[in-house]
Design a protein around this ligand. Sequence first.
Ligand SMILES: Nc1ncnc2c1ncn2[C@@H]1O[C@H](COP(=O)(O)OP(=O)(O)OP(=O)(O)O)[C@@H](O)[C@H]1O
Ligand SMILES: [Mg+2]
Length: 291
Amino acid sequence: MALLEIERVSLGFAGTGRRAGQASSLTLQDVSLEVDEGEFVTVLGPSGCGKTTLLRVVAGFVEPTDGEIVFNGAPLTKPGSDRVVVFQQPWLYPWLSVRDNVAFGLKLHRRKIDWQTVDAMIDTVGLSGFEAYPPYELSGGMQQRAALARALVMSPKMLLMDEPFGALDAQTRRTLQQFLLQLWERVRLAVMFVTHDVEEAILLGDRMVIMGTRPGCIALELPINLPRPRDERMILDPHFLDLRRQALDCLRDVALKATGIVAGPSGDGDALDGAGSAEVQPRSPSASAAS
Ligand SMILES: Nc1ncnc2c1ncn2[C@@H]1O[C@H](COP(=O)(O)OP(=O)(O)OP(=O)(O)O)[C@@H](O)[C@H]1O
Ligand SMILES: [Mg+2]
């Protein structure tokens, strides 16, 4: 049995303010996805397709309108420290030291703080010697590593990462990708990792999920059969390049579908309104895995 089973989940947000009382269109429709224990799944899709919403549903922050989620064998109904979110911004408390920030989640969940474990985690993310520093005296990459330590110290079963490197410069981003790859080799947690970067999605993941938009759905799943441990030299591997091409094709089709223009067989952008061969349909995981 998979660690996470998302079964035909749909979600519509109720309108607020001037739109109060109006039924909104669906943000997610019929999303089905499984993540195994220790599996690294990367999620790509156009802006606004519902990637963050999907993570928030799995985190238990938002309840689906329809469908079911089973986590670790039980229905998922609320947030829990077995699923921890790492956001694009590290959201560290400026008045707390690195050490207190890392221990913060434990305090919040009223768990006993083992300072040796906290310090070991700070060491794991390469911040030994910075325990007493306030976050504003750290670089952006160091702050994100502190946020990662705060998540990992909870011993979650799954990490939910929402574009965690999206706000960093290209060099820091590459360094943190390598860092995350090495860390994950050691901890082997289940991860759902949202990104806009196709190469990042392939380099990190065991499987890449591409979402379609309006409403958000699973457009394509691609297994990534690159050996581990991985490093950035693999971006020249023929399998890497083939995955990159498939992902870019799918993202282009998804974007065209959202504008009402669907690429024809020659990729020349026929306005077929759903009748083209490149149309992206919501798929079940089993159907897409076979494609
Ligand atoms: N609390 C909310 N109330 C109403 N609508 C919402 C809410 N949260 C998200 N949405 C809508 O859901 C859709 C998906 O938003 P979401 O943030 O999940 O997209 P995303 O794929 O993460 O985009 P991006 O790549 O830009 O981060 C958007 O149309 C957004 O307006
Ligand atoms: Mg988002």
